[in-house]
Design a protein around this ligand. Structure first.
Ligand code: ZN
Ligand code: ZN
Length: 104
């Protein structure tokens, strides 16, 4: 039983911005304004997880093929997950997370 994978928008629970779905290709799984995510998916895009915790961006890591990825940690259950940085993600936030990770 495969669930239909949907590419939908959502309201960010951290900063309150309405986040539109990405038109082409990728599943939108984090807020481009504050980079927070929600623990909604078991598999990317399936929205099948009941946790619904806020996932905080804790680090930026290089990905060998896809550029940068954000390491998220769920504030509710502690699960960590990685998401590729989207084209319209806030570059200042990315720089801030890298700075915080490097200097504490
Ligand atoms: Zn946000
Ligand atoms: Zn969680």
């Amino acid at each position: 039983m495969a669930r239909k994978v949907e590419n939908t928008g959502f309201d960010c629970l951290n900063c309150g911005e309405t986040v539109a779905a990405i038109e082409k290709g990728t599943i939108r799984n984090h807020c481009p304004f504050c980079l927070y995510s929600l623990h909604l998916d078991i598999l990317p895009g399936d929205r099948a997880c009941d946790c619904r915790g806020i996932m905080r961006p804790i680090a930026i890591e290089p990905h060998s093929q896809k550029g940068l990825q954000i390491l998220h940690e769920c504030e509710k259950c502690g699960l960590r997950g990685r998401n590729i940085v989207a084209d319209d993600d806030c570059r200042e936030e990315i720089a801030e997370i890298m700075r915080r990770a490097a200097f504490g």
